[in-house]
Design a protein around this ligand. Structure first.
Ligand SMILES: [Zn+2]
Length: 370
């Protein structure tokens, strides 16, 4: 049984969960099954992500090097992984790199400081995109208001709308504008948690209709269109109309996930960016993961109340099975991350997202119902 290290509110009440003895998944996770030795079904079927190798990456790099003013774009969030990719692109591979940042209006001050420090130290030009119309905040505001009647499950996917379009679109816009032949994404397979959670976040038809077609739902979609109007990617008219993810039409630009080629090594990554780029996590953050967006706390709040664990827990599962992190350390971070002070949640919901006091109370109340 786990003890709550910092019982700051209602969230601490679920810490006495049974957990997998290898990773830290709790028994509240839908579909989990423990065997006699206490390990979970996810651990028993775990397969480490395959890495294609640095030689393969070099082949791609040599194919693009020197053709245009920039060899590659590195999308920067201010978080850990993208900072490392920037460092590797510039210092290790000697690429003429352009950094692109999409500020979703919820970027933490530390993320901004990290971006500026890294680009300054590495002498990499930086382009930042931020909506002049405040569509990031408006999208999240109306998405939440539209989801309120649907409860916590309907809330869970409200937050990533602040950047799900913009962070890709702005890289594509920059690739077109500056003729850049390669985009190096910093996403790693270890963080990929979508298939495990999507199934349990799917809403029923009534809830979906209510979310889409209520007054707030329509304003939410209006702001999704405004995002696409403000940051249009060439050749994406029909995709934009259908609110689909943007697609790059420039034929001679290639996009790859950097960590498909170079092993994602948590310790090496942390050591490198701290030492070489002066990279810091905010003082109040328990892990170096996802420090770039203020909304992460709200995502944790929702996941905790739906799955009994944070979204990071899916990543810890991968890291523990990959021997990149000890179970003890992951559990410590998980328990601390899930102890979110109610005051902090309220400040985010009322201050940053500008919800009314009664709406804030309803959302905080979701934790009591589950
Ligand atoms: Zn497990």
């Amino acid at each position: 049984m786990d003890a709550a290290p910092n019982a700051t509110g209602e969230l601490a009440s679920r810490f006495d969960l049974r957990r997998c003895t290898r990773c830290i998944f709790p028994d509240s996770l839908p579909g989990i099954a423990f065997s006699d030795d206490g390990t979970c079904n996810h651990c028993r079927t775990y397969k480490a992500p395959e890495v294609l190798g640095e030689d393969e990456l070099r082949k791609i790099i040599e194919g693009v090097r020197g053709r245009f003013a920039f060899d590659c774009i590195v999308p920067l969030s201010g978080g850990r992984d993208s900072a490392y990719v920037l460092y590797m692109a510039k210092r290790h591979f000697g690429l003429r790199t352009l950094a692109v940042n999409f500020d979703n209006e919820f970027q933490t001050p530390q993320a901004k400081a990290n971006i500026l420090a890294a680009c300054g130290i590495l002498d990499v030009p930086l382009v930042t995109y931020r909506s002049r119309w405040g569509t990031g905040k408006k999208t999240v505001h109306y998405a939440i208001r539209a989801a309120l009647d649907g409860g916590i499950r309907a809330m869970a996917d409200c937050f990533c709308n602040a950047c799900s379009y913009g962070y890709r679109a702005c890289c594509y816009i920059a690739a077109e504008k500056f003729n850049v032949p390669l985009i190096l994404w910093g996403e790693s397979a270890g963080e990929y948690t979508q298939p495990m959670t999507d199934e349990h976040l799917r809403l029923g038809l009534t809830a979906r209709i209510r979310k889409q077609f209520s007054g707030a739902g329509l304003l939410y979609r209006l702001n999704l269109y405004r995002q696409r109007l403000e940051f249009p990617v060439r050749g994406n008219f029909w995709r934009n109309l259908a609110l689909l993810a943007p697609r790059l039409k420039r034929a001679d630009t290639r996009e790859i996930a950097f960590f498909d080629y170079v092993p994602w090594n948590r310790d090496l990554l942390k050591r490198t960016i701290t030492r070489e780029l002066g990279w810091k996590k905010p003082d109040d953050s328990v892990s170096t993961w996802r420090i770039d967006c203020k909304l992460d706390r709200l995502v944790t709040f929702c996941y905790y109340n739906i799955f009994g664990c944070s979204k990071h827990c899916f990543g810890y599962h991968n890291m523990i099975n990959d021997r990149q992190m000890s179970r003890e350390k992951a559990l410590g971070q998980e328990l601390r991350a899930c102890s979110i002070p109610g005051a902090e949640l309220k400040e985010l919901l009322a201050g940053d997202i500008e919800l009314r006091p009664d709406e804030v109370e309803r959302i905080i109340g979701f934790s009591r119902k589950h």
